[in-house]
Design a protein. Structure first.
Length: 316
């Protein structure tokens, strides 16, 4: 059931805490922080959570703090515990009415937060809890990448809980999200057991209680490089299995995600039992991904895979 939020605050005061989890982020975090500094008077505090970095992330952030004495920057140092734990530490230190998430290798355009606050302030929806925006891609050298590389344009607004079941369609995901702080008090913190897919899990929980909206402009630069978590396919598969298990534990199903996992298992010739955490999953989910049911699923996937292979051969 949706829940009403307090009236948005006028965007001419310092109302946004920015949370930046940082693990071995020294190569990019200076540019990331500089883009936050350009957001202007809406900034309340920048919270950098140094998640057990072994490079000189701490030194880079310390230098930035010295060079920007007018900004309130809080540095939290902790042993490496993962992205979700770092974000949760930042949420715990936040005191502003809005929280903006930002990955330590991404960059904001100068008016990103202002434009999102305008959406909050002009919305007549008292259940609005999250505003996201469009994004574009850059490489490790900050050069633009082609817009054809799997960009998800912002389209979902309002009550999106059913649509989000089919995938993480919040454009730009974490680095594009501005969230009312009280939302986390209602839906809880990020799931620290997830080593990937934690954004999608959070949006699903938010969407069950609140509405979302978006700015259509590309206000975030998402950096793609060799260390991106999304390139660790096995980690992503494990995370999606854990998210699917949450549906089963709650007495629900998610056919889209079930068949996605089955297709990945088929294409990679993997056993679900080889996925970390499978033995702890709900018994019904285990049966859907093993034994006779999985063999039947593979029998259905096989002809589709042949058609896809033939189509790609023709296109070449």
């Amino acid at each position: 059931m949706s829940q009403a939020l307090s009236k948005p605050i006028n965007n001419d005061t310092s109302v946004v805490d920015v949370l930046i989890p940082a693990y071995n982020a020294s190569a990019y975090i200076q540019q990331t922080l500089e883009s936050v500094a350009l957001q202007g008077s809406v900034l309340a505090k920048i919270i950098v959570v140094n998640d057990g970095s072994t490079d000189n992330t701490l030194e880079v952030v310390t230098k930035f703090i010295t060079e920007h004495p007018s900004l309130q920057v809080q540095m939290i140092n902790q042993a490496n515990a993962g992205l979700s734990a770092a974000r949760n530490a930042g949420i715990g230190a936040s005191t502003a009415p809005f929280i903006a998430l930002l990955d330590a290798d991404d960059v904001w355009l100068a008016d990103k937060l202002n434009k999102q606050l305008v959406v909050f302030n002009q919305s007549g929806d008292d259940q609005l809890g999250l505003v996201y925006c469009g994004y574009s891609l850059i490489n490790q050298n900050s050069s633009p990448l082609p817009s054809s590389i799997g960009i998800i344009k912002p389209k979902l607004r309002g009550n999106v809980s059913k649509k989000l079941i089919n995938g993480n369609f919040i454009s730009g995901s974490g680095s594009a999200a501005l969230i009312k702080s009280e939302v986390f008090q209602k839906v809880g913190l990020f799931d620290e057991s997830l080593r990937a897919g934690e954004d999608w899990d959070m949006w699903l929980r938010i969407a069950q209680k609140f509405h979302v909206d978006f700015c259509p402009e590309d206000l975030v630069l998402i950096r793609l490089h060799e260390n991106n978590m999304q390139k660790d396919s096995l980690r992503m598969l494990t995370a999606e299995l854990m998210i699917l298990n949450k549906f089963y534990e709650a007495g629900h199903s998610n056919l889209f995600l079930l068949w996605k996992i089955r297709t990945i298992l088929f294409n990679r010739q993997l056993s679900a039992a080889s996925i970390s955490g499978f033995d702890q999953c709900h018994s019904k989910l285990q049966s859907q991904l093993s034994g006779v049911r999985l063999k039947l699923a593979f029998a259905m996937i096989y002809p589709l895979a042949l058609l896809a292979k033939g189509y790609l051969a023709i296109k070449k």
